[in-house]
Design a protein around this ligand. Structure first.
Ligand SMILES: [Zn+2]
Ligand SMILES: [Zn+2]
Length: 273
């Protein structure tokens, strides 16, 4: 079957470690047909103090150079796709629109890493209690809606992202389960507007083995008419490329999907599972 990893980060992301050529070599090694490199563009400044203006993190120069080098190296052995993970577009919609209008992408992932006025969930170090976590998750669901209503993206990334840090780093026993009903209108909106949902399998590399979103949310997306799901590892280093992709495809089958989706030149291509 056609296998691909369509959420990955190179060293054009501040938290990425390897050049696109190294990611592409790893993708070939694990037998993938396609790799999409989706480096971070943080519309509201995810990494203040970096050399970028503090309202934006996006290193497109490094990305373009790295991708050109990788394309030369793979020479037809791998479909190498240009992507972006564009985050907090709801906070700076004018920047969001400008980035999309001024770059050529195969695939655009929309995501949310922080709430208005707060740092990235990764950097919050005072979650304090389960009640506090659940309060933040309720706000997260509401800002997800704002992000989803932005125009011009293809797939909606990693629903449940904050849980990663609340559980892994601070040990709070929280999940998105209590918010499944609240997510239904969002999933319906994605389905009705031709958007894909991302299944992010990064959590399968952790002993807790959770996915973003969970199987129950995938099933709900299917139930409200969702057809397109993109599957990515969110690898930030070459050794994680393709990791647990097949487990992701199996989850899609369990949720009732017959295909996974890869975007090429911003158009969905469905591949049988
Ligand atoms: Zn992300
Ligand atoms: Zn990512």
């Amino acid at each position: 079957m056609y296998r691909s990893d369509v959420h990955t980060h190179s060293d054009a992301s501040p938290d990425g470690h390897d050049a696109p050529a190294a990611l592409a070599a790893a993708a070939i090694d694990c037998g993938l047909n396609a790799l999409c490199v989706t480096d971070h563009c943080e519309c509201n400044g995810f990494f203040p103090g970096d050399h970028m203006p503090d309202y934006l993190y996006y290193n497109d120069t490094r990305y373009d150079e790295g991708m050109a080098e990788a394309a030369e190296a793979v020479k037809g052995r791998l479909t190498l796709l240009r992507g972006v993970e564009i985050a907090q577009g709801h906070e700076r919609p004018e920047i969001y629109r400008e980035i999309l209008a001024s770059h050529r992408f195969d695939f655009v992932l929309a995501s949310l890493h922080n709430l208005r006025g707060l740092p990235d969930f990764y950097y919050i170090d005072d979650y304090r209690s389960e009640a506090c976590c659940n309060e933040l998750l309720a706000r997260y669901v509401s800002e997800l809606f704002e992000t989803a209503r932005l125009p011009g993206y293809d797939s909606f990334a990693h629903i449940g992202y904050p849980v990663r840090y609340m559980r892994y780093k601070y040990g709070f026993n929280v999940s998105m389960d209590p918010f499944t009903d609240a997510l239904e209108p969002l999933l319906r909106y994605l389905a009705e507007n031709g958007k894909a949902l991302e299944l992010n399998v990064s959590g399968l590399r952790n002993p807790e083995r959770i996915t973003f979103p969970s199987l129950s949310v995938l099933k709900l997306f299917r139930a409200v008419g969702g057809e397109m799901v993109t599957v990515g590892t969110d690898a930030h280093r070459s050794r994680d490329i393709g990791s647990h992709i097949d487990d992701g495809y199996e989850l899609l089958r369990q949720a009732g999907f017959g295909y996974h989706t890869v975007f090429v030149d911003r158009k969905p291509v469905l591949h049988r599972l």
